[in-house]
Design a protein around this ligand. Structure first.
Ligand SMILES: NC(=O)c1ccc[n+]([C@@H]2O[C@H](COP(=O)([O-])OP(=O)(O)OC[C@H]3O[C@@H](n4cnc5c(N)ncnc54)[C@H](OP(=O)(O)O)[C@@H]3O)[C@@H](O)[C@H]2O)c1
Length: 248
């Protein structure tokens, strides 16, 4: 039997690489994508190579419309079909980025890509699309404006667009603080304060986040949902935002 195919943007490191590993361990063929770090991309490619599992490594900057279109078409041409497409690429405080670039990478390009892959999956009659957002896109956190809060638009898009593309499913995963290279760009003292507020008492791992993607890829009766993977942090922010009804 032909293996299922998952394509993951930003899968050379961090959460994307953990998703690639988990799907590959479960017999899926994997389309890996990266933009800059060739060494990391080759390392994950080597790690997931196994009999019966085909992989494609694509260096494509997916922050542009042209880039995301090219990645999708290249993978369909290579694999013949994509069963699950994950829009995961992201960046935080890359010094050469301006705020508009963050919006291109985290909001505009994924929305454009979701429309393209949905139009390809609809005639196939099946498929699942998963997009990474950020738990701060739900309650807000001023520290994470460019990587988090601006993704609220993605959450709204997932809720509404999922209605248009059934039976193809569309869901989001909203991670909290996950131990990846991305955390190296955060202010250490602010990060420690945030970690201390997490009810489960620690940052999550990329493998723990990857489980949510694997669930959604296999959950044929779940669509239009945002799955939060944050050790409970979002609930803390919510209760802090609540006004005390007894105060005058
Ligand atoms: N870690 C967290 O705490 C956290 C929390 C909430 C949300 N998130 C989101 O989760 C996703 C994954 O984050 P992570 O923590 O795994 O980050 P990471 O370890 O820094 O990995 C980022 C990945 O995205 C790729 N990438 C960046 N810009 C790209 C571009 N223009 N085109 C193609 N690929 C690109 C990187 O490849 P190159 O190095 O080759 O560029 C890398 O594979 C991001 O969308 C992030 O915003 C993370």
């Amino acid at each position: 039997m032909k293996s299922k195919v998952v394509v993951i943007t930003g899968s050379s490191r961090g959460i994307g690489a953990a998703i690639a590993e988990l799907f590959s361990q479960n017999g899926w063929s994997v389309g890996i994508n990266y933009a800059h770090d060739e060494t990391a991309a080759r390392a994950i490619y080597q790690k997931i190579v196994r009999p019966g599992v085909t992989s494609l490594l694509s260096r494509v900057d997916v922050s542009t419309y042209k880039g995301i279109e090219e990645l999708i078409e290249r993978n369909i041409e290579f694999f013949g079909k994509i069963d699950t497409m994950v829009f995961n690429a992201g960046a935080y405080s890359y010094t050469h980025f301006n705020p508009l670039h963050y919006r291109d990478l985290h909001v505009l390009s994924p929305i454009h890509g979701i429309r393209i892959i949905a139009s390809r999956m609809k005639p196939w009659g099946e498929g699942s699309i998963i997009v990474t957002t950020n738990c701060s896109s739900i309650q807000g956190n001023s520290t994470y404006n460019d990587a988090g809060n601006i993704r609220k638009e993605i959450n709204d898009f997932v809720h509404s667009y999922s209605l248009d593309i059934a039976p193809v499913t569309l869901n989001a995963v909203a991670p909290g603080i996950i131990k990846t290279d991305m955390l190296n760009h955060c202010d250490p003292s602010e990060l420690n304060l945030d970690i201390m507020r997490i009810p489960l008492g620690r940052a999550g791992t990329a493998s723990e986040a990857a489980l949510a993607y694997f669930f959604l890829a296999n959950a044929s009766y779940v669509t239009g949902q945002i799955i939060v993977v944050d050790g409970g942090l979002n609930g803390v922010v919510k209760s802090q935002n609540r006004t005390d009804p007894h105060s005058s």
